[in-house]
Design a protein around this ligand. Structure first.
Ligand SMILES: C[S@@+](CC[C@H](N)C(=O)[O-])C[C@H]1O[C@@H](n2cnc3c(N)ncnc32)[C@H](O)[C@@H]1O
Length: 401
């Protein structure tokens, strides 16, 4: 889940939905800005700087603009950078517009789902971009809003749409999905062990009447979970609410399309940074990057065939975790996983970072005296990863820290 922290005393005041969605004027940005802590900000800036700080105008996409904490820092650090900021939440866009007002001549803030990025860039006339950031999930602006239904701790209509202008609500999901579909959503997106029991309770309850409130749903979930299990793992409804939110907003389907599309738009030397807060988000990111950092040619050829080499290099080693200080200052950062990559120049000689180089080094090592190897020169080492999944875990990635 995305991380915006409020200090308790300075929570945003409750406004009506109409005011929040259609009236950027009057948004109290000072109040929100003072309490919002962008996650892994320094690390994101460090990773993006070589791409955005190049000579001439550079273009940065913030695919999840939110309250524009990351975006503001990027614009401050890079006076020649144009920002394209996307958010599917009109309220977030209204806040961001106020916060970024002083950069008005070099920002484009767009109401869009991030899988619409290619069309947005096409419309704005930016065929290539230099940086892109995904800070995934839901924000505290959304979580803390008393009337949007994301939070199990506050009673509200079961909405949970990040974009309140379109799409199905959590109420529609809860009251119309079949038992198998409800159980699948809760099990897969919420990793909920009692998905079947909760789905059965929902079906029984809705036979009596429509389930319309987050408090009623939270209570149903609590009652469905055996008492000993209720005492561990936080609030019993946490996983169900997370699962419904992911389903309502089609979060994983949008991400699966958006990541390759954003990678395709990056210029040579351009960089992507992704902050995930859910294991499925991180897995999609890992696979999207693995597909680009591996060689597509036969592994046992001594040279790369034209067009078959890796198109990206990893900038993170595995998934980077937050430091203790970051988590202490910003507890919601605890679950973040960062991955980053840079587009390679197809004409440049790549230096010892590809699968092929690793393969060569391993074969060479096998023939060193004392390795005990009897393998022939052309045999592939048994554990050479071919899906790219191991390339960032081996200590041979390009970790820049
Ligand atoms: C964690 S917040 C981003 C916070 C931001 N980095 C900052 O510093 O303020 C995530 C934002 O992404 C938006 N979002 C989530 N999924 C989206 C999607 N598929 N397309 C566009 N925006 C999305 C949410 O509405 C939310 O405002």
């Amino acid at each position: 889940m995305g991380i915006w922290r409020y200090d308790g005393k300075r929570r945003p005041t409750s406004r009506t939905r109409k005011e929040r969605t259609v009236q950027p004027v009057g948004v109290d940005m000072g109040e929100l800005r003072g309490t919002h802590v962008p996650v892994l900000l320094e690390r994101c800036l460090e990773l993006l700087a070589p791409a955005l700080g190049r000579d001439g105008r550079t273009v940065h996409v913030d695919a999840t603009l939110g309250l524009a904490g990351h975006a503001e820092a990027v614009l401050e650090a890079h006076p020649n950078t144009v920002l394209v900021g996307l958010d599917r939440d009109t309220e977030a866009l209204a806040h961001a517009r106020v916060r970024l007002a002083r950069f008005a001549d070099r920002i484009h803030l767009e109401h869009a789902v991030y899988d619409e990025l290619p069309e947005v860039l096409d419309r704005l006339g930016y065929p290539e971009i230099d940086g892109v950031l995904f800070d995934l999930g839901v924000s505290s602006l959304q979580l803390d809003a008393p009337d949007r239904g994301f939070a199990y701790a506050q009673d509200a209509p079961l909405d949970m749409r990040m974009d309140q202008t379109r799409g199905v609500t959590a109420e529609e999901v809860v009251n119309s999905y079949s038992h198998p579909d409800l159980a699948r959503v809760l099990r897969v997106y919420g990793e909920e062990k009692f998905a079947g029991k909760i789905a059965s309770a929902i079906i029984r309850e809705r036979e009596k009447g429509r389930i319309t409130s987050s408090a009623r749903l939270a209570e149903l979930v609590r009652e469905s979970i055996p008492a000993p299990a209720r005492r561990t793992g936080g609030h019993p409804a946490k996983r169900t609410f997370q699962a419904l939110r992911i389903e309502v907003n089609r979060e994983l389907a949008a991400l699966e399309t958006a990541l390759p599309a954003a990678l395709d738009q990056l210029s040579v030397g351009g960089r992507m940074v992704v902050l995930s807060y859910h294991s499925l988000e991180d897995r999609l990111t890992k696979h999207a990057l693995a597909d680009r950092v591996r060689s597509k040619g036969p592994i046992d050829l001594p040279v790369e065939l034209p067009g078959s080499g890796p198109t990206f290099r990893l900038l993170s080693r595995g998934a980077e975790l937050p430091g203790d200080a970051e988590v202490a200052a910003n507890p919601r950062a605890a679950s973040v996983r960062l991955r980053a990559a840079e587009r390679l120049d197809p004409n440049a000689e790549q230096q010892g970072r590809t699968d092929r180089e690793r393969y060569r080094r391993r074969v060479k090592a096998m023939h060193q005296p004392g390795t005990g190897s009897t393998t022939g020169a052309g045999a592939a080492p048994a554990a050479t990863p071919r899906d790219g999944s191991g390339t960032d875990e081996e200590g041979e990635g390009t970790h820049e820290r």
